[in-house]
Design a protein. Structure first.
Lengths: 666, 666
């Protein structure tokens, strides 16, 4: 017999939690933390790039070289959790998080009557429950349990055929007898394969005394936050909503970091579990609060971007990131909740919204349907801005879509004072053109802790429109205000003085921060203009500009035009639609024909790969200015600048270099 | 926090194996043995009824009262494993088994050309493999992997739609690239739901360089033995066969003991696992011997009785045994091998043969099809004898079936010298009418160790025809032969003297043994005659009498008629068909239309429940004699007896009382 050498194991104790992880020697502290369920921020996915996973370690560790600790921090025992290998029993102190992991802001959803639904969910439900009174078996009528149930369904409800899978058959004998043969039978009525409807499928058999409650859930599976909507099929109303940050954040902030993480040994499995855990904890919360039993949830609809959908299904995402950026599948396969481990009826059908390409996912297909774009005559742009910007142009006859990487700036990442839109985030800013003093509002009115994406857009727009920065994002050095000063990393504008802020520190944006923001907005604007150019449409002819997504909701259109994020169209053409992805999932949950429509939309939409389009880089470079190299493309802004006596053509400094694409070549 | 009291654990060490089990205190030694994989015979399923699980135990144990040990055995430290609870660390010595657990006798199977197949498996295979040369993706052609595969299948093979499940999609990206986009694609071509064919389903994607081997397995899942047939789809030939005893035997010898065992905590799960393990070990043997990879096995067909099918699927069998004896389902649901844990391609479809009722299972449906009964014009009886006897009467237009409990006598159970048909079992016996000396043949020609079912039938028939026993099974006390003697439990006939036998002990049958055999044959005969009576047919009009099943193969028709097991028909009407159940599974594996035919047969067949039939008990009582109360029903036997000068009407003693039914009332 060959002996295998046992890897020695080490114990890692986390403070202040007191949680303990047992890991093989050589594991990183970050691995140990993820194992133990201890939250350590690692926006870069543990690659040693961001320096955010600082912890204090005592005990034998091996450090990989990196450049993120000051000598003072290193002296104080700080290490990067992702770059530090455990080499024996170690005690790790995790600093209080820089930003509390609160729930993301809640998302209201429209009532069913207000939706663009052509179906009547009352007439054509996907799941129905029937009360059946079954004749008990006898020696002279010894038909088996399942055929007996089928016979009763046929006689009492005209349902000719029914399908049953192993899990329900394993309980059927017991369930029928426990209910004394008087049962409610829940059936999936509208199951189809490539357009052919199959006979109804058994989801649940239970005593008819228990009533007929039937619920569904729509899941908006975002890279950052996940929201679950509990729907009562008897009223089609959203009964309750629960949201949380995606637990996958511990493996990376953005889709690229997660794809990198998935390549690790066991990484994909962990990401799949974390997605399911995030949803399951929200389900548990909703079930508890609304006294709903797990098995009463009979259907699930999920909208997410292509990476999130791949990770939820456990599909390998690596090819999404390698040129030519290919998903495994666009239409998620037929599956039931039990296959994924979701905390609902194990036989509940899970409907994943179909994707268009690697960077235009089911969230966008859901948005195109729920926004009504797919059914309108008007030339329409639909846009969803986040770490990636996705945009769709078209009308009922044709659709073309693309995606660009905006980077993390709109979610507060890569910006010194940036933060997510949680309590204390500065979300609206006005700058007085005379005094250059800011007025601001924070999320929940809490003491300011940083600036979120919408606040940053406001601030940059205001600084530009008041002449504090020039079209290249450079500070005007000659202004008589203490708010513009030389900071550690160059010039900056102090939006909040330390005596007003939550932690006593000044909150300021630097030229570097502004450059990051310019790159983000340039990518989005260039995406929209490339889309228009690809089909020979003039941006000015766009009749509707629909803004979806959680972030979009909080953008101030006027300021977004001022900084050149949005095109200079009359304000009435813009519409904020809120969480169009969630709304699409909700509609698909309610109406079977919506499930067909999202498939039609996905099949019809042309995907424009920007890396294969030569004009995109030109458009991007032109858009790296405030509001744009070509000020004539923004006539209303030019007018305002003229009125304020600001020379839009003046530049204090050369613009920042274009940002790299986040994708990786094969 | 509430503290739960921990059950103390105990260590049980088995000798001579040296295997160790860790169990909670209070577990039985039998449980510990099953946990540890140590074979301890327990034909009664651990109910303390049979006394066969004797072991020697040292250490703290608690004994349940029972009546199976002699004082000498108890003094020597013997206990019943099923009635002895572990109360601390115990050492258990397991005696060498009374009967080696050898492979059951092999089963030949017909070649495809000889089968009653209306399909041509070459033209209409259920599984096909296609070579596909896929264009690799590019930035300008970024269709997802699955749609790219579908497109190529449509273009190169005209296959319009393909379905894929999660397990195959999880590997698809890798598999396509690892094969450099030149792949073989194995598809299930003939998947249907209630008569509607579905688009082909992906089973496997692999480099086309690997060739196109495609295999299937037919499984004959018997209560006692399990045989797996490996079939090469390219030739339709059975390439190899492997058989073993059903590992569930450790939980009980017959279906009733297993159903009782399944009621225990975890019992059903264990029985399910043991069925799968039995099949998997045979598969491993076949894969090893034939150098077949697990994933090259693309389809599975299983025939088994209703209890075996329930246990394999993990369906609760308890209602099969409670009046009115109801299966959960007769047609097994659609499922793939991965759901059961079978060691073949996880996506291979598993086709379970449909049952008729609780005691007429898929093995019989398979037999009705493979025997050709379902397609014949002749009035035919099909019979399969084992622990239960199942019989079908009919022709192409109508079919009626019933089952009776023959008890374990035909498998060597409940008979002092009885054993299964393994090496050393006396299987053919002749008794010289003058000297009353026997001549016999054993399985494999080994030294005799006992008598198997066919040997017992022979012996009883011979003893009757030579006047050694009377029509009631009583010994003629006045014979001048030392072979008839007063034994421990009454009169007996010594078939083998100790100096000829394997273990030096005499092998004898007692009146008690003969009574058990009479009850078994009476049940079978009464089943057939009740079936005839139920449709107003005279037994003498039966044109074909087909005998299927592993046991049937070894019966001597003439002697079986002499003892009244088979009706007195001209010998040419009897046909031995061998393992008709396995043959049916094999045919269903080869031909899609056979799968439809078994469903038609199952739907068409009328199930006669003998417990609801008043005439059965009368028929049974009349059949408790040799050959029958009514000797006129056996004219050829009467003729022979007359010729031999034996008075068939003479009785040395009253007949044995009728055996109880093995079923349990609700």
């Amino acid at each position: 017999m060959t002996k295998t050498r046992q890897t020695p194991r080490a114990t890692v104790t986390f403070r202040p939690h007191g949680t303990v992880a047992h890991v093989p020697a050589g594991a990183t502290i970050l691995d140990a933390a993820t194992d133990a369920g201890v939250q350590v921020e690692a926006p870069c996915g543990g690659q040693g790039r961001c320096g955010r996973c600082k912890v204090r370690a005592e005990g034998p560790v091996v450090l990989r070289p990196h450049a993120h600790l000051t000598p003072a921090e290193a002296d104080a025992g700080f290490v990067l959790a992702c770059q530090t290998l455990v080499d024996g029993d170690v005690t790790v102190t995790v600093p209080a998080p820089r930003e509390r992991r609160e729930q993301p802001r809640g998302h209201a959803i429209a009532q069913p009557e207000a939706l663009p639904l052509t179906c009547d969910w009352r007439q054509d439900p996907a799941v129905r429950t029937f009360e059946v009174d079954i004749e008990p078996p006898s020696l002279l009528d010894n038909t088996n349990d399942f055929d007996r149930l089928r016979r009763a369904l046929a006689q009492q409800h005209g349902i000719k055929e029914v399908r049953a899978e192993l899990p329900i058959l394993r309980r059927l004998g017991h369930d029928l007898r426990a209910a004394s043969w008087k049962v409610n039978v829940t059936l999936e009525m509208r199951d189809w394969v490539y357009g052919t409807y199959l006979p109804p499928r058994l989801i649940r058999v239970y005593p008819s005394a228990f009533g007929q409650r039937s619920m569904g859930v729509a899941v908006d599976l975002g890279t950052t936050s996940v929201v679950v909507y509990l729907v009562d099929f008897s009223t089609a109303q959203v009964v309750d909503t629960a949201g949380a940050y995606n637990k996958q954040i511990s493996c990376g902030d953005d889709v690229i970091s997660r794809i990198i993480y998935a390549k690790r040994d066991g990484g994909l499995g962990r990401l799949q579990r974390l997605a399911v855990e995030t949803i399951n904890e929200l389900l548990a919360e909703l079930q508890e609060r609304n006294r709903v039993e797990l098995y009463e949830i009979h259907e699930v609809a999920v909208a997410g971007n292509t990476t999130m959908t791949h990770l939820l299904l456990g599909l390998d995402p690596r090819y999404l990131r390698q040129e030519p950026y290919i998903p495994t599948v666009s239409v998620p396969p037929k599956l039931v909740a039990g296959e994924l481990g979701l905390r609902v009826n194990a036989l509940a059908r899970v409907h994943g919204m179909p994707a268009i390409g690697s960077y235009v996912g089911g969230d966008i297909t859901a948005g195109v349907v729920s926004s009504g774009l797919y059914a309108t005559d008007k030339l329409t742009v639909f846009i969803d801005i986040g770490t990636n910007g996705e945009m769709v142009l078209g009308n009922r006859d044709w659709l073309v879509a693309c995606a660009c990487s905006a980077g993390p700036a709109f979610e507060g990442g890569g910006v010194g004072c940036g933060m997510r839109a949680t309590a204390g985030a500065v979300e609206d800013v006005w700058v007085d053109s005379r005094t250059l003093e800011p007025t601001f509002r924070t999320v929940d009115g809490a003491a300011p802790r940083g600036i979120c994406g919408s606040g940053l857009i406001d601030l940059v727009a205001e600084l530009f429109m008041t002449g504090v920065i020039d079209k290249g994002g450079r500070f005007n050095r000659g202004l008589a205000t203490p708010r513009v000063r030389e900071g550690v990393s160059g010039h900056e504008y102090v939006a909040v003085w330390g005596d007003e802020s939550a932690d006593g520190c000044d909150i300021a944006v630097s030229e570097n921060d502004i450059n990051n923001l310019l790159r983000a907005k340039a990518a989005v604007y260039a995406g929209v203009s490339t889309l228009c150019r690809s089909v020979g449409v003039d941006l000015a002819d766009v009749e509707q500009f629909l803004i979806g997504g959680a972030f979009g909701e909080y953008i101030d259109v006027e300021k977004a035009i001022h900084m050149g994020l949005l095109p200079d169209l009359p304000p009435q053409r813009f519409k904020f639609l809120g969480n169009t992805s969630a709304l699409g999932a909700y509609m698909a949950l309610l109406c079977v024909n919506v499930r067909h429509e999202v498939l039609d939309v996905a099949a019809k939409m042309t995907y424009l790969e920007l890396s294969a389009d030569n004009t995109f880089m030109d458009e991007y470079t032109s858009a790296l200015f405030l509001p744009h190299t070509d000020i004539e493309a923004f006539p209303s802004v030019a007018e305002l600048l003229r009125a304020a006596g600001i020379d839009a053509a003046a530049a204090h400094h050369a613009p920042g270099r274009p940002g790299g694409t986040v994708k990786e070549d094969a």
